[in-house]
Every structure is written in structure tokens, then in C-alpha cells.
Design a protein around this ligand. Structure first.
Ligand SMILES: [Fe+2]
Ligand SMILES: [Fe+2]
Length: 341
């Protein structure tokens, strides 16, 4: 199926706006009050059709479930509840703020122009997700994350801030330091069979796909936290609204994982013309890099961020100076070797 950019970017007719905690946000509600993600009037149908075409050609999607990640969140849900019920909300306020700021940066995806993959692929790719990267898919993705500059509606950045404000208050703490990048650092050439510009975009696709998968695990965590009735006890109603807001972001993210997974899976299924004039299966080119991405995002970066957080928690517990609380916190850890304060 071949679509125009306008079709890929088109919105549903909403019955009501997506408004919460003083923020006017993208997407909208239908007659029944159910949330509908922005720019999905055609996008989901198109992705499902191209997925069917891939399956009919005898190929499967990659496994992009959160199970490919090795570790759960730190602090664990019960550790988070313990701190929040002590009035110590800064760790969560910081996480939500940083997530919002990083989401805003995702708008850069709207500016991406991929090189023509038909030039280096043997098979005809016109009826694929791959052929639509520059026909609205990257723009839709970038606008979902950081907003459409021509619209007054906020996107994921604002949606995270809305959830944060409902849970902990808008100006509860100072804005924390935000990491410069959350992607895998640039490496030497890793796919010398491809022209450098094709390698660059492929690298980006795999990196962003892993970032989206990691985000999925943070969504479940935030939603579980907001919906638990033994935390945010004095603001249960607001906490439930915040949980709804996170579930709306999560709904929007599902199409990101779906189309990125499909792009990578299509690329794995095709035959590439290498720079040496040979032919090579896409999976042979992509799988080694995908493995490294999963390892870096699932393991290495997790350990780095645990080390940074552990340092912050050590400072916090030194300040609170309550060894019982510290022991309790450690006892609620899901991995005492990795997450000990
Ligand atoms: Fe997002
Ligand atoms: Fe996303």
C-alpha cells in the first residue's frame, strides 16, 4: 500500500480535546471519552498492512518486547513507594522532568531525511514502510515526541510534565541536570558493506528503537506507581489522572515501536547491494549491530545509570540519617547485588 505524506500525518476527528492539569495536549478523545493518538487516522492501518506484506513474504518481525531488557527499574516499585511515603519525591520528580525534556528533543526526528534505500536494495521496496520513512513517518514521530511547531498543543514533553505536576507539584524541586544523550555513543564504521549515509540512518533506527523499548518499561513502572492505592495517599484522584496521562503517552509510543520494528524487519528481509558490488542478506548486515544495541541499552547503560542513581541515594540516606529506613530500602531491592545503597 502506498500512501501520501498528508495521509500518514492525518488526524482523526476528535469529539473532545486532550486536556489535563492545565495543559492542552495532542491527540483527542472520541465520543466515548477514549483517548486517540495523534496522526493515527491512517498510520496504524498502513503499518499493519505493510507488516502483513512482510509476513506474506515469509518474514517475521523482530522481538521488540521489554523482555529483551535484562533489568527492571531502579528504584523498584516498592522502594519508590517507601521513599514517596517518607515525603522524598525528588528522585521521581527528577526522572519525570528529565524524561519530558528528552522527549522534547525527539522533535529532531521530524527533520531527518533518509537516503534512498532502493539504491542499495535488490528487491522493489515501493510497497513498504521503508519507502515511507521520508513520507511522513519521521515527521509524525518527531511531532509526537516534541510537538508540531504549527500547533498550540503540547506533546510528550508536556504530557510528562502534566503527569509530574499531578503527582508531585509543578515547582516542587529545581530542574535537574539532563544527560546530553541517551543513545549509544558513535562508533567507528560498523557496516562497511553499506554507504556511510545508509549506515548512519540504520544505526539511528536501531538506537531509537531500543530507546523506545526502554521507555516502555518506564511506562509500566509509572502507571503501576500512580495506580497503587498505598502511595500518593493524599492525592489519589490526581495520581489516577497522572496514570491516565502516562497511559496516553504509552498508547502514542506503541506506533513508534511498531513502525521502527517493521523498518528494521523489512531491511533484514531484503538483499543488499554492497559497496563492493556483491549481494548480502540484510539480516547478515543488521543482526550483529542489533545484538550490540540490545547489549548496550539493556546492560551497559543500565549499569551506568544505576551507578549514578546509587550515588544520589547514598547522599539522600546520609541526609535522612535513618539506618532502619536505609536497611528497609535495601531489603526491597529486586537485585541486592546490583542495587545496594
Ligand atoms: Fe515519546
Ligand atoms: Fe516515542
Amino acid at each position: 500500500m502506498i500512501y501520501t505524506k498528508e495521509e500518514i500525518l492525518s488526524d482523526h476527528d476528535y469529539a473532545q480535546p486532550n486536556e489535563m492539569a492545565g495543559y492542552l495536549l495532542h491527540g483527542g478523545l472520541n465520543e466515548e471519552g477514549n483517548y486517540i493518538s495523534p496522526r493515527t487516522r491512517i498510520r496504524w492501518k498502513a503499518v499493519n498492512q505493510w507488516t502483513q506484506i512482510l509476513n506474506d513474504r515469509g518474514h517475521e518481525l523482530l522481538d521488540c518486547s521489554v523482555e529483551i531488557l535484562k533489568h527492571d527499574n531502579f528504584p523498584s516499585l516498592n522502594q519508590a513507594k517507601l521513599l514517596l511515603n517518607q515525603g522524598e519525591g525528588q528522585f521521581l520528580w527528577n526522572s519525570l522532568t528529565i524524561t519530558g525534556i528528552i522527549e522534547a528533543r525527539g522533535r529532531a526526528l521530524a527533520e531527518i531525511e533518509a537516503p534512498n534505500f532502493q539504491d542499495i536494495i535488490v528487491e522493489d521496496i515501493s510497497d513498504t514502510c521503508l519507502a515511507h520513512m521520508n513520507k511522513g513517518l519521521f515527521i509524525a514521530h518527531g511531532f509526537d515526541e516534541g510537538g508540531d511547531p504549527d500547533s498550540d498543543q503540547g506533546a510528550h514533553d508536556q504530557m510528562w510534565f502534566a503527569a509530574r505536576d499531578l503527582l508531585l507539584g509543578k515547582d516542587a524541586y529545581p530542574i535537574p541536570e539532563v544527560p546530553e544523550s541517551i543513545g549509544r555513543p558513535a562508533q567507528e564504521r560498523e557496516m562497511p558493506d553499506l554507504p556511510i549515509e545508509h549506515e548512519g540512518i540504520l544505526n539511528l533506527l536501531l538506537d531509537v528503537l531500543m530507546i523506545e523499548i526502554r521507555a516502555e518499561s518506564f511506562f509500566s513502572y509509572c502507571m503501576n506507581l500512580a495506580k497503587s492505592d498505598d502511595v500518593f495517599i493524599d492525592r489519589r484522584e490526581d495520581a489516577l489522572l497522572a496514570g491516565d496521562m502516562v497511559s496516553r503517552i504509552r498508547q502514542d509510543e506503541a506506533i513508534h515501536v511498531a513502525y521502527l520494528n517493521l523498518l528494521v524487519s523489512e531491511l533484514r528481509s531484503f538483499t543488499f547491494k554492497t559497496v563492493d558490488g556483491l549481494e548480502k542478506k540484510g539480516s547478515e548486515i543488521i543482526d550483529p549491530l542489533w545484538k550490540k544495541m540490545v547489549q548496550w541499552h539493556g546492560e551497559e547503560v543500565h549499569r551506568e545509570s544505576v551507578a549514578i542513581r546509587s550515588e544520589e541515594f547514598v547522599k539522600l540516606f546520609d541526609k535522612i540519617d535513618n539506618s532502619n529506613l536505609r536497611n528497609k530500602f535495601n531489603s526491597l531491592s529486586t537485585n541486592s547485588e546490583l542495587y545496594s545503597i
